[in-house]
Ligand binder design. Structure first.
Ligand SMILES: *Cc1c(COP(=O)(O)O)cnc(C)c1O
Length: 423
């Protein structure tokens, strides 16, 4: 066994990992662009952007420079009663690219906390108005993170089963996939009553739930139904934000804009942990008072960490460059061509794409859960050929960093093609 792996085994408990049966972790020494380099010299094309966080490639010099400069200037300061340049500049710049109704930025340090903050803002909004509302409506299969509030509004599954008694009740709507829209809208009409504090969704693409995609027109209609009764709309753009879907935010495809937005993952280009919950002026105003009880009592030690904010600013510089925007469209075009090719394969179904995200189901016989083996076959086959993709059950998806070249994409597509011949 590799020495590093041996030491890992002795002391580390990995996330989402059954430590008794899991294969040994792969030690990575360094990374550059879309390529991870193992300690044994093997190369892996990172087609999942390292857990959906990387935008511009690994160890990007521009981000590295901004962060190291910040490290020598101000690495951290308490964010209650104090402020600093990177936090202010980042909030200002975020508000210029977020939907126009967004007015204030609240910092935390990951995607789950960004969701927790949005839920607490929504519940306390109604509390502060003196008209408490208790219900939340979410989509089936949703994933909003692993802390308790975030788990509660996610779809219930084997992942949440041990905690089921401790999660607050949520009403679920099915995902309005093609052909089911009118049915879902009918259910929504009944569920989205004036008791609903908030309606939370991953707009247009559900990530961890299986890369389920649905149309902006339908989401606009759902948002209108929620609005009818004043329910707050939370867009969890932790995965969809910062160009993934082909627009800067999935909400940019919509006419109805969310009241609250959750951001993380790509915000720092995948360099550091940072969470943002953005909200409208109306929500912010509901917490203003001479009565201290109306305060949002929430914060984290690393709230608005200057290093993370500096990384986010550097990532935004890169994201807004015309070359990067062109790359996003280039990847989308490559995906669309490959999708056409996939359509002729009978081992593939349910091909779907939004921007740089391409997903399809491997036709796997009767078993299709996260725990089944077609996942392991596909994962290992591709990994052996130097392509890192991590299927969600039988769902295979591509989420490359925006710097991924046409050659790297072509290589990946060819390996997927070979996989399709053996399953
Ligand atoms: C990953 C994810 C989260 C949770 O973010 P963490 O930083 O892993 O806590 C929340 N919502 C969505 C849509 C995600 O994809």
């Amino acid at each position: 066994m590799n020495e590093l792996v041996e030491r890992d085994r002795a002391v580390i408990w990995h996330p989402f990992t059954q430590m008794q049966t899991a294969p040994l972790p792969i030690p990575i020494a360094r990374a550059e662009g879309s390529v991870l380099y193992g300690t044994d010299g093997r190369e892996y094309l990172d087609m999942i952007s390292s857990w959906w966080v990387n935008l511009h490639g690994h160890a990007h010099p521009h981000i590295a420079e901004r962060v190291s400069e910040q490290l020598r200037t101000l690495e951290h300061v308490i964010f209650a009663d104090f402020t600093h340049q990177p936090a202010v500049e980042l909030a200002e710049r975020l508000l210029t690219i977020l939907p126009q109704n967004q007015a204030k930025v609240f910092y935390s340090d990951n995607g789950s906390t960004a969701v927790e903050v949005a839920l607490k803002m929504a519940f306390q909004y109604w509390h502060n108005l003196g008209r408490p509302r208790r219900k939340v409506v979410a989509l089936e299969n949703a994933y909003h993170g692993d802390t308790f509030g975030a788990m509660a509004v996610g779809g219930r599954s084997a992942f949440t089963a041990p905690f089921a008694p401790f999660l607050f009740d949520v009403d679920y709507l099915p995902v309005p996939t093609t052909g089911t829209e009118s049915n879902v809208l009918e259910r929504a009409e009944a569920l989205l009553t004036d008791e609903v504090a908030a309606f939370i969704v991953e707009p247009l693409v559900q990530g961890a739930g299986g890369m389920n995609m649905y149309e902006p027109e339908t989401l606009d209609k759902l948002f209108q139904l929620a609005r009818r009764n004043g329910s707050l709309i939370i867009a969890d753009e932790v995965m969809t934000g910062f160009g993934r879907t082909g627009q800067l935010f999935a909400s940019d495809y919509l006419v109805e804009k969310p009241d609250l937005m959750c951001l993380s993952k790509g915000i720092t280009g995948g360099t550091m942990a940072l969470g943002v919950t953005a909200c409208t002026q109306t929500i912010y105003d509901a917490f203003l008072s001479t009565d201290k009880h109306k305060t949002l009592f929430h914060g984290h030690s690393f709230t608005a960490n200057p290093l993370a904010c500096a990384a986010a600013l550097a990532s935004m510089d890169l994201l807004l460059r015309p070359e990067t925007q062109a790359s996003i469209q280039r990847i989308a075009k490559n995906h669309a061509d490959f999708a056409k090719h996939l359509a002729s394969k009978d081992t593939v179904e349910n091909i779907r794409q939004r921007g740089t995200l391409l997903a399809f189901d491997l036709v796997a016989g009767e078993q299709t859960s996260y725990f089944n083996t077609i996942r392991d076959i596909a994962y290992n086959f591709l990994l052996d050929r130097g392509v890192l993709m991590r299927p969600l059950g039988n769902v295979l998806y591509l989420m490359p960093p925006y710097c991924t070249t046409n050659e790297q994409l072509a290589y990946t597509y060819s390996q997927v093609n070979e996989l399709l011949m053996i399953i």
